[in-house]
Design a protein around this ligand. Sequence first.
Ligand SMILES: Cc1cc2nc3c(=O)[nH]c(=O)nc-3n(C[C@H](O)[C@H](O)[C@H](O)COP(=O)(O)OP(=O)(O)OC[C@H]3O[C@@H](n4cnc5c(N)ncnc54)[C@H](O)[C@@H]3O)c2cc1C
Length: 474
Amino acid sequence: MKHKKSICWFRNDLRLHDNITLTKALQHSDEVIPVFCVDPRSYQITPFNLEKTGPFRAKFIRESLVDLKNNLQTKGADLVVLTGYPEKTLVAFAEEHQATAIYFSQEATDEERQVETSLEKNAKTKGINIHSYSQATLFHADDLPFPIPRVPEVFTTFRKACEKESEIRHLLPPPVSIPFPTNLISTGEIPTLEELGLEDPVPTGKAAFAFKGGESEGLNRVAHYLWETDCIAQYKQTRNGMLGADYSSKFSPWLAVGALSPRWIHSEIQRYEKDVVKNDSTYWLVFELIWRDYFRFISKKHGNNIFKRSGIQSDERRWKQDKGLFNAWAAGQTGVPFIDANMRELNQTGFMSNRGRQLVASFFANDMGMDWTWGAAYFESKLIDYDVCSNWANWMYVAGVGNDPRTDRYFNLITQAKNYDPQGDYVRQWLPELRKITGIDIHRPDHIPKSKLLSLGINLGIDYPHKVVKPKIW
Ligand SMILES: Cc1cc2nc3c(=O)[nH]c(=O)nc-3n(C[C@H](O)[C@H](O)[C@H](O)COP(=O)(O)OP(=O)(O)OC[C@H]3O[C@@H](n4cnc5c(N)ncnc54)[C@H](O)[C@@H]3O)c2cc1C
């Protein structure tokens, strides 16, 4: 069946390349109206008293929309921006413009799925067709060697089965042109941060990387990491770094809003392996993308359990809900320099390395004994690359209530600090109050004689806090 006019509802798929939803809408419609809906629920204050979407991510999404609008205009179309609950606003818009179908990409978790169900219900009452597609992952859900309820609980089992038995689907090209109705008078404005009730993030000169949203910037970043610098050829050795722009790919914010397709990254890596070099590092980036898939499928399998304190283990451990400890951790004031440096990087840039995330999450759940869902909610608010499945499932995993629970996932922070910040440069960058301490001693200011600290102008307990917890194992 061909529709005279359809809506292509953009969600976390803000791109023209490899976009099945847009491709299908174009194949089956004479005219297509690309729409983005600003959902006020995404900008609310959460029950944790935090902004659901903080300024760094809001800015990145805004930039991605501006880029999408420009790219659509080069294809003869435009981006219509609406504000409201998509399940109501989109149906009203479709009715007003006599569109007979809405195309969109499916999400994996409950809040988003509820919107899809309500949209479908409301659209049906108005005779509007709904067509939705799964496309966020490297391996398509329908091509997995097992149905979702039987996704293995151990990552290695999942990965090996996918690598052996599943194929990654071919890329879809961006459209050549998009037939767009000529009588559409207003396309609406992309809201500013102020209109969303947020303040512009204050730039810090210390950020590892200046993220800018949009498909164009995402594609540039892939070109940089592969073709211009060959960084990918050393990725496995550098990926646990913490300082600088290129120790890891930094693809995550574009992947989170769908400005980059994981299949497109994969195809570029294959091309690089053919033309330049194929080694452990080029494979390892694909390996990490499979982790991303894994957490998405695990989230689909376990539904709302990923948001519960007991996780998917029905673990009834008692977690602390201590506001003082939470505030110290969130502000980077725990008295543990390696933790505080990472939290301050997050607060000042919206980004934190993978190593940093594992350490601050482990410290929060395993050393402070704090309710890990509070930590996950804080990340949700702050991360520029927040992805509901990657975030909550990683937190569960680190807290020991997720997949593959093992008792040896505990991180001794002092050993970690020595391994990953051996000269203390990372801590020196983010904790100016300790800058004068040279070398690795910066990781343990409490082990430096008081007189020496005072001679450096540091009064422990005043200029920098005493440790809020003292795990015996250190
Ligand atoms: C507690 C915790 C919370 C996290 N929250 C998020 C989140 O909200 N959004 C998010 O995208 N990632 C999250 N991660 C995973 C990981 O830390 C980031 O994807 C990574 O640091 C992003 O930097 P990069 O793109 O340079 O990564 P690279 O090392 O270059 O990896 C390439 C890509 O692989 C994927 N990837 C790598 N590691 C993981 C992982 N452990 N889990 C899932 N995907 C992975 C990402 O898409 C990443 O962009 C979290 C990890 C932890 C431990």
